[in-house]
Each structure stands twice: as C-alpha cells, then as structure tokens.
Write a protein that binds this ligand. Structure first.
Ligand SMILES: Nc1ncnc2c1ncn2[C@@H]1O[C@H](COP(=O)(O)OP(=O)(O)OP(=O)(O)O)[C@@H](O)[C@H]1O
Ligand SMILES: [Mg+2]
Length: 487
C-alpha cells in the first residue's frame, strides 16, 4: 500500500486578496509546520481560515480571482503542483460531493490520482467504515443528510491517503455521536499514516486533545498566537476570546432560559392545538409550538429534523398528519401553512435553511436583507433602519455591499438568519442556526433569538449545539431514527 509521506508546510509573509474586495482575506502569515504535526487553525469568522486552507490545497485560482503576496510551500513546492498529496474537506459539504452515488463519489479522488482499479473498492470500504457511514454504495448522494454528507466527503479524502489533511469544520453539522466518530476516524487516519493535519473548527474542545499546536489567524492579518494548545489558551485566552475565538471553559455571558416540560397538547389533541397561537405538526409525532417560547428539535443525523423543520415552515407538504397554525395566524386559505402564499408566509413563518446559500437571492447583503421588507411594502426609511440594525448587530456592516455568495461560512450563516428576522415573522424556524459561528457571532445570534422570544415570537430550532439548547430554553424534542424513518 502506498501512502503519501507526511508533508512539511511553510508560509512566508503569505496573503490573499479576493478580486473585488478592498481588504485582503489573509495577510502576512508566516509559519512552518513540520511533517506529522497536528494543527488546530483558529480565528474569528472571516479571519481567513478557509482561504488559507484553499491556498494550501492549491485551489485559490489565478490572478482573475485574486492577488497573492508572499509564498506557500508544501514540501518546498507550490501547492498547485501537490494536488495528490493534499486532501481538503471543504466547509460546505455539498461543494465536495461530485458524483451521484455514494460508492462512486468516495472512489472519485482515487480514480483521479490513478490508484489501481483493483485497490479502489478496498479503500472505499475502509474509508466509509472509518467515518462510520453505513449506507449502501448505490445510495444517491442527494439522499444523504447534512451530517452524512460531511462523512462522505471526508471518506473520499481519506481514501486518497494524503500526506496533508486539511479539514474545514468537518464536524459542524454532525450529531454528538457523529462528531466522536469523525474525530476518531481522523485520529486513526493520522496515527496510521503520520499525515500532517490542519483542522479548522470553532468548537475547540472537540479537537484540542488531538492537536500538537494551535495557530490563530488575526482578523487584520498576521497571527494572534502560535504554540502548544495549553500554552496558547493560558497565555492569550483573553485576547483570543475578545477576538471571537472559542477559548475552552469561558463563560458566554448570556442568560440561560428556562427549560419547560412538553406542553400537554403533546398527547395529540387537535383542539388544544388550535387554542393557542403557534404551529402544530402531526407526522409520526404530535407537537405544539407555544408562543413566546423556543421549541428545540434534536436527534441524530438522518432522523428527519430538517424535513420536520421544512414541514413546519409550510415549505413542503406533510407526509402524514397536518400542520395547522393558530387561527390568529390564518392566511386567506386558512390555517394550513402549506396553502399560504409566499407573501403570507413572510410575516408568519420564516425559515432559515440548513444551507445558507439556498436562501440567497440578491447581489449584495443590503439588498438581500431588504427582500422581505420590500415584499411587505415597507417604506425606504423603515427598511433601511431594519437592515442597518441587523448588519451592525451581526458584524456584517463592512460587507454591506458584498455579494452574499462570497461570504465566509460563518458570515453566510449570520446573513441567512438576519434575512429571515428582517421580515419579523411570528414563527421562526431555524435549521442549525449557530453552525460555523465564532464566539462573537454565536453570542450575537443567540442574543437576537432571545429577544425574539421576549417579543412573543415562537422559535423552532433544529440544533446539535448544547449551549443553544440551554440558552433558548423552552421545550426540547428529541427525534429518533425510527420516528424519522417512519414519518
Ligand atoms: N470567494 C470569495 N470572494 C470574495 N471574498 C471572499 C470569498 N471567500 C471569502 N471571502 C472573504 O474573505 C474573508 C475571509 O474569508 P474566509 O472564508 O477565509 O474566512 P473564515 O476564517 O474561514 O471564516 P468562517 O469562520 O466564517 O468560515 C471574508 O471577509 C470573506 O467575506
Ligand atoms: Mg471558513
């Protein structure tokens, strides 16, 4: 069996400015990573972590796409010449999926590298096993849940056995069990191959034990810190926390909201459902969403959380049972959200999709945020006031004129939540609202949601994030795989 040997990675005054942007995404970064080191790459949302990984993988493109300074070297050579040795798992799992069947997709990278055909099936099986993705090879990749897609993409990269493994938030969409599995599979891969590892992940506790080193990118260029994990957090903890880094064991500083027991109507009384404002679904389960409270949906990847969220939001028809709103929220065609017009939905139920791109419609952040308010016929002054406040609160003001599709992962997520809040809907459904958030972004998002609850809005949040569950309070529903499969 052949393994690429562990790579040495060097940056010397490296920087990159995307075409059309005034400020560089990364500036003046220097370090040497020895073969076999395991680096946790941190930095605020937008600090340039994904950009640096793309640079190391040799996929940033040419002069049309941006301007580079300094140099990056993998084993002394330009990253563009080292494609076979470098495995990159992108932040957006969809972007890493190429083929329509699971088995073909995992094999794709190996085929491109010219791995002997007889060796590929073994590598594919081993890689799928390593990431704990137990689905038939013929399963359409489209049919996988977000978390399953993340494992699929990781399997494709592990199958190539690269000497440098670059993982951009590889566990952001996974359930806790999946996080453990992916971490364990990465650990197995790097211990058996000795590959150099660079992981970007905001939630530091997941990875920190495995890492020999932490490198923190500064938002304005350079490095904020570089050293052994314990030492970096002990010495630079305050600075890093202020800069948005999740320093382990730091208080969040937001009130924790009360957990309430399941509302009585859970025992499937349709009448009780209609008595109070809110939305109800009966799809293998019965649930009532109370007003001025949070309803948090958790459960393993593949349990149908996103499907349930879309159903509640009136965007896909119920597979069984009925979603009905309270009478006060009824549209012209009654209380079933699926029959409402998109304009009626705007002020009644807003949906934040798991994948932020799915909801971007406009050319700039400012226009994107104004889509809802304009559709509602608000005047310019009111629209601007709402848009400006959201831009400011979510740290997006400097990007007001940027194209939503060019944002960093965390910025996209914050924008997608903001576009829904802009229309001030009574019920807000959010699928993984905090994934990819740095500490600052997380706090501002959760604070906004807490305010919406205080204003009497109903929040339905699908999440794996324990801190979200604690801080939104309300009532928590755990979906099981069986239930999800049946509904
Ligand atoms: N394709 C692009 N075109 C223009 N600007 C971009 C593009 N991709 C990223 N940027 C900008 O470059 C900066 C760095 O983005 P990058 O995605 O590297 O950040 P990040 O550290 O990975 O953030 P996050 O933690 O939110 O994922 C941001 O200001 C972002 O808006
Ligand atoms: Mg990123």
């Amino acid at each position: 069996m052949t393994f690429a040997s562990p790579a040495r990675v060097q940056a010397a005054g490296w920087g990159w400015r995307y075409a059309g942007r005034k400020r560089p995404a990364v500036a003046d970064v220097s370090f040497t990573i020895e073969p076999g080191e395991r680096v946790l790459l941190l930095g605020a949302s937008g600090a340039g972590k994904s950009t640096l990984l793309a640079g190391l993988a040799g996929v940033l493109g040419d002069d049309d796409e941006g301007e580079r300074t300094g140099s990056l070297r993998i084993d002394g050579a330009a990253p563009e010449s080292r494609h076979g040795q470098v495995g990159l798992v992108l932040q957006d799992p969809d972007a890493g999926i190429v083929l329509s069947k699971v088995g073909d997709d995992v094999a794709f990278g190996c085929e491109n590298l010219g791995v002997a055909a007889s060796e590929i099936p073994g590598r594919v099986a081993e890689a799928l096993d390593a990431v704990g993705l137990d689905v038939p090879l013929q399963r359409p990749t489209k049919a996988l849940s977000g978390g399953q897609k993340q494992r699929l993409v990781l399997a494709g990269v592990l199958a190539m056995r690269p000497g440098l493994l670059l993982l951009d938030e590889p566990t952001a969409n996974l359930d806790p069990e999946g996080v453990g599995e992916v971490r364990a599979s990465v650990e197995r891969a790097v211990t058996s191959t000795g590959a150099t590892l660079i992981v970007v992940e905001h939630r530091t506790p997941i990875w920190v034990d495995l890492m020999t080193r932490v490198i923190v990118l500064g938002a304005d260029g350079g490095l904020l810190a570089d050293g052994a994990p314990d030492q970096v957090f002990a010495v630079h903890g305050d600075v890093l926390a202020d800069a948005g880094v999740w320093v382990p064991d730091r208080d969040i500083g937001l009130p924790v909201l009360e957990q309430v027991p399941a509302p009585d109507a859970l025992t499937a009384s349709a009448l009780a459902i209609a008595r109070e404002p809110g939305v109800v679904v009966q799809a293998g389960l019965d649930l009532r969403v109370p007003r001025a409270n949070a309803t948090v949906i958790t459960g393993p990847n593949g349990a149908g959380k996103s499907t349930l969220a879309l159903t509640l939001a009136g965007l896909i028809p119920e597979q069984s049972g009925e979603v009905r709103s309270a009478p006060e929220l009824a549209g012209r065609k009654g209380t079933r959200p699926i029959r409402w017009t998109s304009r009626e939905l705007l002020t009644r139920i807003g949906m934040v999709f798991q994948e932020p791109e799915h909801q971007f419609l406009a050319q700039t952040l400012r226009d994107e945020l104004a889509v809802g308010p304009r559709a509602l016929g608000w005047d310019r002054v009111k629209t601007d006031a709402v848009v400006d406040e959201l831009l400011e609160r979510l740290g997006l003001a400097p990007l007001a004129l940027a194209n939503p599709f060019t944002l960093s992962g965390g910025q996209k997520r914050r924008l997608s939540v903001a576009t829904v809040l802009a229309g001030a809907p009574e019920v807000i459904v959010l699928d993984e609202p905090t994934f990819g958030q740095d500490r600052r972004g997380w706090i501002s998002l959760v604070a906004l949601l807490q305010e919406e609850i205080a204003r009497g809005r109903s929040i339905i949040a699908v999440t794996h994030d324990d801190a979200v569950i604690r801080h939104l309070g309300g009532h928590c529903i755990e979906l099981g795989i069986e239930l999800g499969a049946a509904s």
